[in-house]
Design a protein around this ligand. Structure first.
Ligand SMILES: O=C(O)c1cc(=O)[nH]c(=O)n1[C@@H]1O[C@H](COP(=O)(O)O)[C@@H](O)[C@H]1O
Length: 274
């Protein structure tokens, strides 16, 4: 199924804009899982099973798996999500960016090896570096636009001359993706919850394009401001990610119950603003 079709169905059927981010840090895993060879898989599987009915998508971050030689556990986790929660799309957060021939391999890694439904991609090497992902028309390609971190302003906030006049670089990225790269309707953009004014500007430039919005929870982004700035006319359009605040809500054997409670509270806090 097309990523965008699956996402829209999940928004409606789950009545949720929450994306739970799967960023398993071995040092933060509950004591009873520490040291097990499959600890990362077991931890994430428990979080997934406890929260799947509350989310519109999951977003595993590849670094947390690759750094610990756990790519096989990432493969198993995504296979588990597809088998047990088939209506829940998976975004592989890899923030790839490279020349076209290398990007082709990254696309195969994301979509064939890991069987992700979408991937995060860095747009700053330009159209030919993104084309190999766009060539998979059923897969979502979610491009960094206005990132949540403070240093995001170093480059993304610079004023540049464009064919449409002078604007900030992130605005030019939003406009270019919406008007040029999105021919197959499979693009989304990343805009941090820490910058609601820029969420509003990106919404203005891109119509109803889905926005992945990290930065609530541990990074302190504001849910009400995010919704006011970014929701579409039908009250969707956003995948609002929370990772650490959900994953590490509890430290004991009941960690998945604690994660579910935070996910539930976060989903409801989001829905209260729709
Ligand atoms: O693409 C992303 O997901 C992303 C973009 C961005 O601008 N900021 C950002 O925090 N992220 C990711 O979103 C997650 C945020 O995690 P928490 O701050 O723990 O909720 C991490 O996996 C980050 O890598």
């Amino acid at each position: 199924m097309h990523f965008m079709t699956a996402l829209q169905a999940a928004w409606q059927q789950r009545d949720s804009l929450l994306c739970v981010g799967l960023d398993p840090d071995p040092a933060k895993l509950p004591a009873h899982l520490q040291g097990r060879p499959d600890a990362i898989f077991e931890f994430c599987k428990a979080i997934v099973d406890a929260t799947a009915d509350l989310v519109c998508c999951f977003k595993p971050q590849i670094a947390y798996f690759a750094a610990h030689r756990a790519e096989d556990q990432l493969e198993a986790l995504i296979a588990h999500i597809h088998a047990v929660h088939p209506a829940t799309p998976v975004i592989l957060d890899a923030k790839r960016g490279d020349i076209g021939s290398t990007a082709e391999q990254y696309a195969v890694e994301a979509f064939e090896r890991f069987k992700a439904d979408a991937i995060t991609v860095n747009p700053y090497m330009g159209r030919d570096s993104v084309a190999p992902y766009l060539a998979w028309p059923d897969k979502g390609v979610i491009l960094l636009c206005r990132t949540s971190n403070p240093g995001g302003s170093d480059l993304q906030f610079l004023e540049v001359d464009t064919p449409h006049g002078r604007m900030k670089l992130y605005e030019h990225v939003a406009r270019t993706v919406a008007e040029d790269w999105n021919a197959s309707g499979n693009c989304g953009l990343v805009v941090g919850a820490t910058f609601p004014a820029e969420i509003a500007r990106v919404r203005e430039l891109t119509g109803d394009m889905p926005l992945l919005v990290p930065g609530i929870g541990a990074q302190g982004g504001d849910i009400a401001a995010t919704l006011a700035a970014g929701r579409t006319a039908n009250g969707t359009g956003l995948m609002i990610n929370s990772s650490r605040a959900v994953l590490y809500a509890g430290k004991g054997e009941d960690f998945a119950d604690a994660a579910r409670q935070v996910a539930l509270d976060t989903r409801d806090a989001i829905n209260a603003q729709r």
